[in-house]
Every structure is written in C-alpha cells, then in structure tokens.
Design a protein around this ligand. Structure first.
Ligand code: B1M
Length: 212
C-alpha cells in the first residue's frame, strides 16, 4: 500500500495522530501537497461520506474521520498556502447558522489566504447578522458563506436580505458554496457568485475584487 493510500485508510479509521504523522512523512518524501490532499485526505473523506449516506457508518465515526482530516490539513496548510506580501483584499468567511460542517470551509480559507486575501474565518453556525457585523468591522471586500445542509442554505438568503435592508448590499461581493448549493440557487437569492470548490472560490474572489 502506498503512503497516500495509507493516509486515506487511516483517515477512514479516524486515526488523527497517525494521519498527521504520515502527511508529514509524505511531504518529507517529496509528495505534491495537492496529491496528499486530493488522493489521500479527500478521497478518504469521500469514502466515509458514501458509507454515511448508506448507513454503514454513523455520526461518531464521521466525526473522528473529520477530526483526522482537519489534523492532516494543519500539516498541509503551510505548503498549500503561499501567502503573498500585499493583501489583495479582505474576506470574511463562515459556515451558516445551524450548520457545523467546516472541512470545505477550511479549505476555502486556505485557498483565499494563498490567493493573498486577509481572511477572517468566523467559524461555524454563524448568524446572518454576524457575517455583516464582521464585514463592517474589518472593512471586508467579500463575504463568503458555506453550507452543507439543505436545511441551512436559507441562512445565505437571510444574510443577503439583511444586507439589502441595511443598504449594504452593494458594498460587498457575496460568494456562496457547499455541496447542496448551486448556480441557480445563487441567482435566486441574489448572491454574486457560486463556486463549486475551494480553488475556484479563491480564483473567482480574486478576480471579483480586482475587477471592482
Ligand atoms: Co454531515 N451531512 N451531518 N457531518 N456530512 C453531509 C453534508 C450529508 C450530505 C451526508 C449524507 O447524508 N449523505 C448530509 C446532508 C444532507 C443534506 O442536507 N443534503 C449530512 C447530514 C444529514 C448531517 C447531520 C444532520 C447528521 C445527523 O446528525 N443525523 C449532522 C448535522 C450537524 C450540523 O451541521 N448541524 C451532520 C454532522 C456531521 C459531522 C459533525 C459528523 C461531520 C462534520 C465535521 C466537520 O465538518 N468538522 C459531517 C461530515 C464530515 C459530512 C460528510 C460525510 C462530509 C462533508 C465534508 O467535509 N466533505 C457529508 C457527506 C458528503 O459531503 N459526501 C455530510 C469534504 C469537503 C472538502 O467537501 O464540504 O463539500 P465540502 O466542500 C467542498 C465544496 O462544497 C466547496 O469547496 C470544498 C472543496 O473544495 N465549498 C465551497 C464548501 N464551502 C464553500 C464555500 C464557497 C465555495 C466553495 O464559497 C463561499
């Protein structure tokens, strides 16, 4: 078994400490960080996701795998993020109210930092008002909202409505993403952009801010 397959397997078994060690070892052995991310960590998480869907594993198992994923990401982050000196803009990002999923959001945070954004990660289960208050506090250019549950997507609409009510809608670029979200939903709620993955999110955020 290759070290990358081993990382995937250990992640599926929720072995956070071992995952961390092997990610470090793989980097030392010269593996591309993106290969470690995509073929090791994310591929393991996708297998867990499939089993979760089919009721073969349950929340506690998924949770330990998610912890192992985040443990691996902490080692990979400095390699994935090459922060430029001059920030190109300020981004506020979080997962919407009622939603505790943060793995995808954390990846978007990394890529935004890598693209040169001063990035304010306000965590999970974030109220619509909190996105706006943070954006106002730091003078953000872009508000980024993530949702993984069909039931929490409405939090994105709520934030945009509140921006409109406060006459702040034009002040911020609004980007949304996450598995249940799509382009149509973005149009429907009046978001500026939907992006399907972390790399695209950072690219689109960069060109949107530079095009202002
Ligand atoms: Co949850 N969960 N979960 N879960 N969980 C899903 C999302 C689910 C699809 C599983 C399933 O049933 N097949 C399902 C949602 C169904 C739906 O609503 N459509 C689900 C459910 C039902 C639940 C609970 C309700 C289960 C329960 O309690 N009975 C519960 C809800 C808790 C809550 O949030 N209130 C729950 C709990 C959990 C755990 C806590 C156990 C854990 C989360 C741990 C954590 O995040 N720290 C968890 C996990 C891990 C998953 C799955 C297995 C994996 C999600 C993940 O991290 N994927 C997931 C199944 C799946 O997605 N296949 C599932 C990897 C990650 C890199 O991808 O987050 O999609 P993703 O991010 C991508 C893109 O979407 C995009 O970029 C990323 C990659 O480049 N992206 C953005 C994300 N945000 C973006 C923002 C952007 C742009 C792009 O711009 C702003």
């Amino acid at each position: 078994m290759s070290i990358i397959e081993e990382i995937s397997e250990l992640l599926q078994n929720g072995k956070a400490k071992k995952v961390k060690e092997l990610v470090r070892q793989a980097l030392e052995e010269g593996y591309d960080p993106k290969v470690i991310l995509n073929e090791g960590l994310l591929s393991g998480m996708m297998i867990v996701g499939g089993k979760f869907k089919n009721n073969e594993v349950f929340v506690p198992e998924v949770l330990v795998s998610a912890r192992a994923m985040n443990a691996g990401l902490t080692i990979l982050e400095p390699k994935l993020v090459e922060v430029s000196n001059e920030p190109i803009g300020k981004a506020v990002i979080g997962t919407v109210k009622g939603d505790l999923h943060d793995i995808g959001k954390n990846l978007v945070v990394m890529m935004l930092k890598g693209a040169g954004f001063e990035t304010y990660d306000i965590g999970v289960d974030v109220e619509a008002d909190t996105f706006i208050a943070k954006a106002e506090e730091v003078g953000a250019d872009i508000i980024c909202m993530s949702a993984l549950l069909a039931t929490t997507m409405a939090g994105m609409q709520e934030c945009i409505n509140k921006l409109q009510e406060s006459n702040l809608r034009d002040k911020y670029i609004v980007m949304i993403g996450g598995a249940p979200v799509n382009e149509n939903f973005a149009k429907q709620i009046g978001a500026d952009y939907y992006t399907p993955d972390a790399v695209t999110a950072a690219e689109v955020a960069k060109s949107a801010v530079q095009g202002r």
